[in-house]
Structures are given as structure tokens and as C-alpha cells.
Ligand binder design. Structure first.
Ligand SMILES: *[C@@H]1O[C@H](CO)[C@@H](O)[C@H](O)[C@H]1NC(C)=O
Ligand SMILES: *[C@@H]1O[C@H](CO)[C@@H](O)[C@H](O)[C@H]1NC(C)=O
Ligand SMILES: *[C@@H]1O[C@H](CO)[C@@H](O)[C@H](O)[C@H]1NC(C)=O
Ligand SMILES: *[C@@H]1O[C@H](CO)[C@@H](O)[C@H](O)[C@H]1NC(C)=O
Ligand SMILES: *[C@@H]1O[C@H](CO)[C@@H](O)[C@H](O)[C@H]1NC(C)=O
Ligand SMILES: *[C@@H]1O[C@H](CO)[C@@H](O)[C@H](O)[C@H]1NC(C)=O
Ligand SMILES: *[C@@H]1O[C@H](CO)[C@@H](O)[C@H](O)[C@H]1NC(C)=O
Ligand SMILES: *[C@@H]1O[C@H](CO)[C@@H](O)[C@H](O)[C@H]1NC(C)=O
Length: 498
């Protein structure tokens, strides 16, 4: 963080090499000897006249500027909010330390800098009970939503969101239901489908949800119509919403949002796996493209490359990556490689503006969950943070998200967020994302950043031989040299806008 020094040097050195240098690095290594560890090379890692290239050559192309990255984070389920509020009641100092470590986006903070949180509207499988905001006795139809009540959501959900907003006022909240009220469906929150005569009621239900969050002081960045619309499960709130049904509901919701003060809130469709990227989200845009800002993806089926089936057809629509869960019993470093490759670097390279894991916080057993929920089976789903009433610890999910978030947070308070820029990599072992973050004042130098995964550990061949990689970084005709340890490295340098 030495931009003023760099700016001073620029005046003297303009025209020769070494105008810019890497001053800030965060590193998480495979052996956990570094965990989002900050370092500052005393003289900077200088960009000089190009020499021989390293074993891997990273070519940064800042003339190609792509999507804004809105942030990284996870879902604040009811269960996440419950365990966090338990920590708050028992150990408030630890709670606020955790909040700061997760959500402080100040440029120099030692934090994960999460800025994107997904919140279920009503119950998910990580709730104390199944509920929506308009449940009626015997599922009597309530098409005018006279029983709608946002306060049936647990108060700890709103108090936790409020606390997060005090640490990060720029937090982006993306809301989405797991189920509409059972009376809109064929009689059940757990599975089933939305009946067409209630599409209008559902659109109004979603509008009232936005209004309800607003009355609680929570601004909403984006809303989706249904979590995982192609998945039903008779033990947890889920809903079969076909692409034509979602298109019809979106066409009703968008004008309601526009005429009720939510014109700036994004409407995001699909919210399901990569495997159907070529069908459902494409049909949705064909049928109701003007109502939706974009679509979101989950990791549980298919491959990240399939996002291109969507982005190639609809290059002007936004893409979000909104859910992937870690499970207990997996290998710490293998998980980080997987998620950096496919989500925090991979999905973003394929156009995503966000990267989110599933539960933000759970207890050490991956609880609490709905009674009798048959989901997150096997060893169970792990939270990004493991929380008891008296302790917290962060998991591999945290480091994956944090290393990416550090690359795109605003350089100036209320300055712009990072955007992806072009990068090509020759040689093997490194996967790289590149970003530019503009400045509040156009005379200040932009921040350029890389997120670099070094997975040169021979595990692809069934072996184990972790080896650092000697790399060169090419930028505007200059070259820096750095040896990347096996792990994830995020680094920054500053240069004038061009
Ligand atoms: C990266 O590769 C693409 C495709 O081969 C090429 O068009 C582009 O010029 C390359 N950019 C850099 C910075 O080398
Ligand atoms: C945590 O504290 C809450 C009250 O704040 C209590 O109901 C709960 O049982 C406690 N949990 C554990 C695991 O001790
Ligand atoms: C965020 O981090 C900065 C830098 O460490 C610190 O000055 C500030 O107090 C922190 N903000 C909050 C809300 O904790
Ligand atoms: C709900 O259904 C039960 C059983 O059919 C019935 O006894 C009860 O009167 C109903 N309640 C209302 C409010 O309709
Ligand atoms: C809903 O409201 C409309 C207009 O106020 C009214 O005509 C209609 O009867 C109401 N429907 C129900 C089921 O209460
Ligand atoms: C809404 O629900 C809350 C929590 O259950 C309750 O306290 C409140 O009275 C309800 N409001 C109305 C208008 O029923
Ligand atoms: C709702 O519809 C689904 C799909 O047709 C069916 O499997 C389920 O049994 C129905 N549920 C009820 C309560 O009727
Ligand atoms: C959802 O409903 C459609 C139309 O009835 C059906 O084709 C599809 O199989 C259903 N999907 C699920 C997961 O139940």
C-alpha cells in the first residue's frame, strides 16, 4: 500500500522501465504455513525491461476490460445467523472480531473482505422450521397476501444482517426463496410446483419480501425467483419451477419492482447447476430476457466451462456464481484447488460477477438443520466458518473466497470495484485471474491485481511433489519476476489508467 511513493517515483522514472512494482501480497499455502498472510517486499517487485520468460509466463492485457466483480461470500441461512447470534450473546468480542475478519473491505484490513451475501426468503433446509412469510391455517389460499408478515423470519436473521452492514455498508444482499407458501403450490413446501393461478400472487409475495427487508433496514442488491428450480425433495422446502413458469413470474415481478422503488434491484434467473446452462437459462432469456438482468449458477452438476453456453448466446446479460458447499472429510488443499480453479478464478473467467459458497457459518457438525431434512447427506455440509457459542474458526472455504476478494475490493472508500481484465498464461501449473480497480480520482493510479493458483504438486499424476513455480508477469511491455509457492497468491501493483 505505497501508491503515494509509487506516484512520486513515476515522475522521475517515466520513460524507463521500473515505473511500477508489486508492493502487496497475500498468500495461502498448501501446508497452511501461510493463511491469508500479508507481505510487503521492502523494495517492491519491480517491473523492468523484459528478459527471459519464467517457467510460466503470465501476460496481462489491460486493454481488455470485462465484467465488474461484485464480490465473494456465502449464504446467511437462518442456521448461519443462529450460530453467529449464539456467539454474539456468549462472546461478543469474538463475534465482532469474526465480523471484522469476514466483512471488513477496508483496503488495508487483515480480513476476507466478503461483500456478497445470499439470503433465503423463508426457510431453507438450514432453518429451525419450515416457514414462508404467508403461511395460512390449513393452507387456505391468500391471493391478496393479507397474512404476509416479514417478521415471522427469525429476528436473529435481521440482527445478524444489520451487524454485517455496520462492518461493511457496501454489502450486496441477494435474496431467493426455497419455496413459496404451500397454498400457492400443490399443497406442500417440500417439493411440488407453483400453480399458474398463483404466479401473480408469487410476484407480489416477492415484492412484499423486498419491501419487508427494506423496512428492516436491509437494502437488496438482487432477487431470484427460486433456488434450484429443477430440484425437488420431499423432506425440505424446494419447488419445481420450469423455465416457462419462471419467465412468466419474472415478467410479472419486474414491472412491480420498477413501480415500487426497486428499479435498481437486479432480477436474476435460474440459480442452478452448470449442467443445464444450455437449456433452462437460455429458454428463460428467450422468453423473458428483458425482465432479467442475468442468471446464476451452482456447482453440483456439470462443469464451469458450460457457463459459456449461456454467455456466448447472451453476452450482455450478467452471470453470477451463487452456491457450492464444502463437505466434511475432504482434503483442505484439494478443496482450495478445486474451488479456485472452478469458482473464484474459473467461474469469474467465464463471466461471473460473484463467487459464493453455501452456509456462511454452521456448528462443528454442520448443524443446525431442519428436523428430518434429507439433504447435505453423507458426512454433511461444512460452513465457511465453524462457530460454537464460544469459539470460531475459518475453513478452507474462507481462504478461497478471501484470496479472490482481496483482488477486487475498492481501493478508495466508495471508489469503484474491480473488473476482470485479459490474461494469458503459457506454461503449466498456474491458473490466473487478473483485475483492474479504478480510482475515485482519475489522476490516481489504478490498482492491478492477480489471483494465482499454483497447483504444481504432482497430484494429477498420483504423486506428491509440491514445487514453487518461477514465473514472469508481462504488463505493458515490462516484466516482473516472482516465484509462486504452491498455494494461492493475490498481489497488487499500481499504474496509471490508459
Ligand atoms: C492472449 O491470447 C489471445 C488469443 O490467442 C490473443 O488474441 C491476445 O492477444 C493474447 N493477449 C496477450 C496479452 O498476449
Ligand atoms: C448457545 O447459546 C444459546 C443461547 O444463547 C443456547 O440456547 C444454546 O444451547 C447454546 N449452544 C450450545 C452448543 O451451547
Ligand atoms: C476495518 O479495518 C480497518 C483497517 O484495519 C480498521 O481501521 C477499521 O476499524 C475496521 N472496521 C471495522 C468496522 O471493524
Ligand atoms: C383446518 O382443518 C381442520 C381439519 O380438517 C378443521 O378441523 C379446522 O376447522 C380447519 N381450520 C380452519 C381455520 O379452517
Ligand atoms: C382480493 O382483493 C380484491 C380487490 O380488493 C378483491 O376484489 C378480492 O375479493 C380479494 N380476494 C380475496 C380472496 O380476498
Ligand atoms: C408478525 O409476526 C411477528 C412474529 O411472529 C408477530 O410478533 C407479529 O405480531 C406479526 N404481525 C402481525 C401483523 O400479525
Ligand atoms: C405435488 O406434485 C408433485 C409432482 O406432481 C407430487 O409428486 C406430489 O405428491 C404433490 N404433492 C401433493 C401434496 O399433492
Ligand atoms: C418439473 O415439472 C416438469 C413439468 O411438469 C416436469 O417435466 C419435470 O420433470 C419436473 N421436475 C422435477 C424435478 O420434478
Amino acid at each position: 500500500m505505497r501508491p503515494s511513493l509509487v506516484v512520486g517515483a513515476f515522475a522521475l522514472l517515466q520513460g524507463v522501465a521500473a515505473q511500477w512494482a508489486i508492493w502487496d501480497l497475500w498468500t495461502t499455502t498448501y501446508d497452511q504455513s501461510s493463511l491469508l498472510t500479508y507481505s510487503q517486499p521492502p523494495n517492491g517487485i519491480q517491473f523492468t525491461s523484459p528478459g527471459a520468460t519464467g517457467d510460466v509466463d503470465i501476460q496481462v492485457d489491460d486493454s481488455s476490460v470485462y465484467q465488474t466483480i461484485y464480490g465473494f461470500g456465502a449464504a446467511l441461512t437462518d442456521s448461519s445467523a443462529l450460530v453467529l447470534s449464539g456467539l454474539k450473546s456468549t462472546s461478543p468480542t469474538k463475534y465482532w472480531q469474526l465480523m471484522d475478519y469476514l466483512f471488513n473491505i477496508t483496503d488495508g484490513a487483515n480480513s476476507g473482505a466478503f461483500s456478497y451475501i445470499r439470503v433465503p426468503l423463508g426457510a431453507s433446509d438450514f432453518s429451525a422450521k419450515a416457514y414462508t412469510y404467508d403461511d395460512t391455517t390449513n393452507n387456505t389460499a391468500d391471493p391478496n397476501l393479507t397474512h404476509f408478515n416479514i417478521s415471522v423470519a427469525p429476528s436473529y436473521l435481521f440482527s445478524t444482517l444489520t451487524d454485517i452492514l455496520t462492518v461493511n455498508p457496501q454489502l450486496r444482499v441477494h435474496v431467493v426463496p426455497w419455496s413459496p407458501p404451500a397454498w400457492m403450490k400443490n399443497g406442500t413446501m417440500d417439493g411440488g410446483y407453483i400453480q399458474p393461478q398463483y404466479y401473480n400472487a408469487l410476484a407480489n409475495y416477492l415484492l412484499k419480501s423486498l419491501q419487508g427487508f427494506k423496512t428492516k433496514g436491509i437494502p437488496i442488491f438482487a432477487i431470484s425467483i427460486q433456488n434450484e428450480p429443477q430440484y425437488t425433495n420431499p423432506t425440505i422446502p424446494t419447488t419445481n419451477v420450469t423455465a416457462p413458469a419462471e419467465a412468466a413470474i419474472g415478467k410479472l415481478l419486474r414491472p412491480l419492482m420498477n413501480s415500487n422503488g426497486f428499479a435498481d434491484t437486479k432480477l436474476i434467473g435460474y440459480d442452478h447447476n452448470w449442467d443445464n446452462a444450455a437449456t433452462y437459462p437460455v429458454q428463460l432469456m428467450q422468453q423473458a430476457g428483458s425482465s432479467f438482468d442475468g442468471v446464476s449458477f451452482h456447482c453440483y452438476k456439470g462443469w464451469v466451462e458450460e457457463q459459456a453456453y449461456f454467455t456466448e448466446k447472451f453476452p450482455d446479460k450478467e452471470v453470477y456464481f451463487t452456491e457450492c458447499s464444502g463437505t466434511f472429510g475432504s482434503d483442505w488443499w484439494s478443496d482450495i484447488k478445486d474451488w479456485m480453479d472452478n469458482i473464484m478464478i474459473g467461474s469469474v473467467t467465464y463471466g461471473a460477477s460473484s463467487g459464493l459458497m453455501w452456509n456462511l457459518a454452521l456448528d462443528p457438525e454442520g448443524h443446525p438443520k431442519l428436523p428430518d431434512a434429507a439433504s447435505c447427506g453423507g458426512p454433511g455440509c461444512r460452513g465457511v466458518v465453524t462457530v460454537t457459542n464460544t469459539t470460531w474458526s475459518v475453513n478452507q472455504e474462507f481462504y478461497s473466497l478471501a484470496q479472490a476478494a482481496k483482488a477486487i475490493i475498492p481501493r478508495d472508500s466508495n471508489g469503484p470495484w474491480g473488473q476482470r481484465i485479459g490474461v494469458n498464461v503459457t506454461g503449466t501449473g498456474l491458473t490466473v485471474g487478473a483485475y483492474v480497480t479504478g480510482r475515485a480520482s482519475s489522476s490516481d493510479w489504478n490498482r492491478y491485481s492477480l489471483v494465482v493458483l499454483n497447483e504444481n504438486d504432482d497430484s494429477d499424476n498420483g504423486g506428491w511433489n509440491p514445487q514453487a513455480v518461477d514465473a514472469t508477469i508481462e504488463f505493458r511491455g515490462t516484466q516482473a519476476t516472482y516465484t509462486f509457492p504452491v498455494g494461492v497468491t493475490t498481489l497488487w501493483w499500481y499504474a496509471p489508467a490508459q
